[in-house]
Ligand binder design. Structure first.
Ligand code: A3P
Length: 388
């Protein structure tokens, strides 16, 4: 009885009996704190190492680098920093920086692909010391519903391509935010890697050619084009999925259907006048800086089309047939291994939607309407896309 266990002393430790004692162990609070600290160190250590393996491979991110890639590049430049790095053998870099404000944040205003995370998490940003943010050297400028997401997702498999997942809409909606804001949206890249983005509305934005040229005359421009009639139906299908109460395709497509008067002012029709839009681009860019990707072939033979794209971008041909498989359920080619996850990856539900049935006579009328524009487009690009 009368035992006192507190303080680590035994019942024999009573006044008057001084026995030799070992040094007192640390009080429990200090011991617990020491243990907590040790656990924190182990946790931090594990975090750094797991990030080195996975974050570097995350889509749109380049953090601690991966084995095949070059050594660390210099830190990010200031807001008006150097011109875009050009991995192409082409002309010297020419860039006139506009804007100059400090980036407010990488907010995307439109289509964010849910299956392609693109903004670094706070933790990965913390560890993303390698590389620097560059203005894009190549942009997918269109066309809406042409297959732009597929092209970007497939290109991202290439180790020398880094791209923003969401559409920045800088040259059409946010130009007043300045180039520094725009660059801040970009993922970090190492020397030799290409920075890319896609915003399909640029192709039909009047100001976009001059603005992109003002950023860099050497920007490579990619346009995914698709039969304008199918593209119009695809565009309509997308709107219908958001607003099921819109009028029928047939009624929107014509000003006067019996007279065969197509409504060119309807954006679904207007976007498909490729020759007219292209004329504006050719006032600012030489044809050799533009590549027209066939949306149809991108579905039929993605590796073949990606071969052309890699050549155009001056990239080693790495993406090939072995990267794709045809997913029967989806009805489209998918990636065997998505960048970052290593798992099979098809585009999301909003890509490859079933289209509503459209009156065959209406489709014929639209084909007739587009024929002269298509012919002109074939002449301008030197390529017959076979839509007629
Ligand atoms: P539909 O949904 O009408 O079939 P964008 O990405 O420019 O919005 O284009 C969407 C279109 O990309 C889709 O239109 C689809 O036809 C096409 N596409 C091309 N390759 C695809 C793929 N591998 N998976 C899904 N859709 C693809």
């Amino acid at each position: 009885m009368g035992q006192r266990l507190s303080g680590g002393r035994s019942c024999l430790d009573v006044p008057g009996r001084l026995l030799p004692q070992p040094p007192p162990p640390p009080p429990p609070v200090r011991r617990r704190l020491a243990l907590l600290f040790a656990m924190l160190c182990v946790w931090l250590y594990l975090l750094v190492y797991s990030c080195a393996g996975s974050c570097a491979a995350a889509p749109g991110l380049l953090l601690l680098g991966s084995g095949s890639r070059a050594a660390h590049a210099p830190p990010a430049p200031g807001p008006d920093g150097p011109p875009p790095r050009l991995p192409f053998p082409a002309a010297p870099a020419t860039q006139s920086a506009a804007g100059g404000e400090v980036a407010e944040g990488a907010t995307s205003q439109e289509e964010q692909s849910p299956e392609t995370p693109d903004s670094p998490s706070p933790i990965s940003s913390f560890f993303s010391g390698s590389g620097s943010k560059q203005l894009p050297q190549a942009i997918i400028i269109g066309v809406k519903k042409g297959g732009t997401r597929a092209l970007l997702e497939f290109l991202r498999v290439h180790p020398d391509v880094r791209a923003v997942g969401a559409e920045p809409h800088f040259f059409d909606r946010s130009y007043d935010k300045g180039l520094a804001w725009y660059r801040d949206l970009m993922p970090r890249t190492l020397e030799g890697q290409i920075t890319m983005e896609k915003t399909p509305s640029y192709f039909v934005t009047r100001e976009a050619p001059a603005r992109i040229s003002a950023m860099s005359k050497d920007t490579r421009l990619l346009v995914v084009v698709r039969d304008p009639v199918t593209r119009a139906v695809s565009d309509y299908t997308q709107t219908l999925s958001k607003r099921p109460d819109i009028p029928s395709f047939e009624s929107l497509a014509f000003r006067n259907r019996s007279a065969g008067l197509v409504d060119r002012s309807w954006s679904a029709i207007q976007i498909g006048l490729y020759a007219e839009h292209l004329e504006r681009w050719l006032r600012h860019f030489p044809a050799r800086q533009m590549l027209f990707v066939s949306g149809e072939r991108l579905v039929r033979d993605p590796a073949g089309e990606l071969g052309r794209v890699q050549d155009f971008l001056g990239l080693k041909r790495i993406i090939s047939d072995k990267h794709f498989y045809f997913n029967q359920t989806k009805g489209f080619p998918c990636l065997k291994k998505a960048e970052g996850s290593g798992r099979p990856h098809c585009l999301g539900k909003t890509k490859g939607r079933p289209h509503p049935e459209i009156d065959a006579q209406v489709l014929r009328q639209l084909r007739d309407f587009y024929r002269p524009f298509n012919r002109k487009f074939y002449q301008m690009t030197g390529h017959d896309f076979g839509w007629d």
